[in-house]
Each structure stands twice: as C-alpha cells, then as structure tokens.
Design a protein around this ligand. Structure first.
Ligand SMILES: Cc1cc2nc3c(=O)[nH]c(=O)nc-3n(C[C@H](O)[C@H](O)[C@H](O)COP(=O)(O)O)c2cc1C
Length: 175
C-alpha cells in the first residue's frame, strides 16, 4: 500500500513533522513525503492514504500574504530562521484549488503555537474541511504539533508525530 504525505512549510518545522509522519507510516506503507509545490495530481492519484499538513497562519491555513510576511520575518538577523526553498510558492489552499476529487483515505495535521486551539487557531481544521470537499475519506481527527514562540519545534514533537502516524497506519491496516 502507498501513502503520500504532502506538506507546506516556511521555516522547516512542518517539513520535519511531515518526515516524522512518513517514518511512522513506513510500518505499513510505501511512503513518499512531498512538498506541496511537488505534489502534482499524479503523485497522489494511486495513493491508499494521503496525509496533508501545513503551518497555522493567522488562525488558519496560510495565504500568499502570510507566506510573504513569514519570509520577511525570517530576514531579521535575530531569529536565525532558514526559509524553505519553495516558501513563496503555492500553499495548500492553492493546491486544493487545482485538485480534483479523490475517494481516498486521508488525515490532516498542522504546526502551531502552544495553547488552546480556540486561541491559536489551527490550520488542520481547514485542511480537513478541504479534504472532505475533495471527496477524501477523513479517517483521523486533525492533529497539531507545537512550536515555540521562536518558531522551533517543541521537544518530542517529532517523536509524537511518528507515534501518531504509526497508530494511524495500524488503524487502517486493521480495519
Ligand atoms: C504570518 C504568520 C502568522 C502566524 N499566525 C499564527 C497563528 O495564528 N496561530 C499560531 O498558533 N501560530 C501562528 N504562527 C506561527 C506558525 O504556526 C509557525 O511559524 C509554524 O507552525 C512553523 O511551521 P513552519 O516552520 O513549517 O513554517 C504564525 C506564523 C507566521 C509567520
């Protein structure tokens, strides 16, 4: 069985979580982890599971304006943040806009700051909504992985992502 993890990432945190999710899924799937700019429709066409995630920007999924703001924020010498090569490319919102319908199992994740989701917002909610709109069968609650105020992954979040994905894989293979 094949799984594809599609991620959007400005500073690399969601990328690292996507890689960890890919590692967790490897217990049951042949896995491909791809940036949203590389996720052409044919990449997901014959997948048995698609896992999609991105950073939370302004309480939800990113937009071109928030991605631009993220790149500008990284220009400040104090933060030491590295911007992903395709940070100014299309985000998940645009990707969904060009996608057809896929009756495929799917799940959503995001990265966001620590705190109640009601306060921080969470991109995974919007991703889940768009997955359903495009005919995906959403098989898990949206999951968030946390970053610090300095935009670094909190300790253990990659381990947690691996475990979350391994459980997701086990749930699918046993059903
Ligand atoms: C423009 C901008 C807006 C943001 N808005 C929020 C927000 O509303 N809630 C939140 O929890 N985090 C917010 N963040 C923090 C991001 O969620 C964080 O940068 C992201 O999870 C890091 O992932 P990445 O390294 O893959 O880009 C924002 C970051 C940026 C750059």
């Amino acid at each position: 069985m094949r799984a594809v993890v599609v991620y959007e990432s400005m500073y690399g945190n969601t990328h690292r979580i996507a890689d960890a999710i890919g590692a967790g899924l490897e217990t049951a799937f042949d896995v491909r982890v791809v940036s949203v700019s590389q996720a052409m429709p044919e990449v997901i066409a014959d997948a048995d599971l698609v896992v999609v995630g991105g950073p939370t920007h302004v309480h939800g999924m990113s937009r071109a304006s928030t991605r631009k703001a993220a790149v500008q924020a990284a220009d400040k010498p104090v933060g030491g943040l590295q911007v992903e090569p395709d940070a100014l490319g299309p985000g998940l919102r645009e990707w969904f806009g060009s996608l057809g319908d896929y009756p495929v199992r799917a799940a959503a994740f995001d990265t966001r700051m620590h705190g109640p989701a009601m306060v921080t917002g969470r991109a995974a909610r919007g991703v889940t909504h768009l997955l359903r709109q495009h005919g995906f069968e959403v098989v898990a609650e949206p999951e968030s992985f946390l970053v610090t105020k300095q935009d670094r992954l909190e300790p253990q979040e990659e381990d947690r992502a691996r475990d979350w994905a391994a459980k997701l894989a086990a749930g699918i293979t046993s059903s």
